[in-house]
Design a protein around this ligand. Structure first.
Ligand code: GDP
Ligand code: MG
Length: 174
């Protein structure tokens, strides 16, 4: 196997959308109900992606940092998992301004991201349709996933793996 590539991923989204739950589900295949919502954590993880070893650093942001901290996170990250909660329309409406922030901070390059609609197990409380998520992702030119950190449905790993692939594809053409 070729030597490992380093990819830094930051997870963004309003507090409560399930960022920590998604990261922990991806890393441990488990769901834990409660996390300190103010806690920011960094994890290291290695995965073989398309026959290449990738070393990921994953920053699980708290979602309530000030502008300066947020800009620091954006500069740090190679790619961004942007999460909303399908049962919280406000968290979906946060995505467009967040994308503008990412683009502004990454100039002259463009920001690399994937969009994730979490809590897909809560169908009865859904406020954002799958089609709306797909449409927004098409507008933002990024991949889109709906999943549940709680049940593991919708393949929680895929957004992280695809984001690594996209970061690496973009590096290859630079
Ligand atoms: P964060 O603030 O974005 O990191 O959100 P957390 O990961 O702390 O999750 C916030 C709350 O949503 C917690 O009570 C979680 O148990 C719950 N939660 C997270 N993901 C899911 C999910 O996929 N389905 C359901 N039903 N609850 C979830
Ligand atoms: Mg959290």
């Amino acid at each position: 196997m070729a030597k490992s590539a380093e990819v830094k991923l930051a997870v963004f989204g309003r507090a409560g959308v399930g960022k920590s739950a998604l990261v922990v589900r991806f890393l441990t295949k488990r769901f834990i109900w409660e996390y300190d919502p103010t806690l920011e954590s960094t994890y290291r993880h290695q995965a073989s992606i398309d026959d290449e070893l990738v070393s990921m650093e994953i920053l699980d942001t708290a979602g309530q940092e000030d502008m300066l901290q947020r800009e620091g996170h954006i500069r740090w990250g190679d790619g961004f998992v942007v999460v909303y909660d399908i049962t919280d329309r406000g968290s979906f409406e946060d995505v467009v301004p967040l994308k503008s922030l990412l683009e502004e901070a990454k100039k002259p390059k463009s920001a690399t991201l994937v969009l994730v609609g979490n809590k897909a197990d809560l169908e009865h409380a859904r406020q954002v349709s799958t089609e709306e998520g797909e449409r927004l992702a098409a507008e933002l030119s990024c991949a889109f996933y709906e999943c549940s950190a709680c049940t593991g449905e919708g393949c929680v790993s895929e957004p992280f793996l695809e984001l690594c692939r996209e970061v690496r594809r973009r590096r290859a053409v630079q």
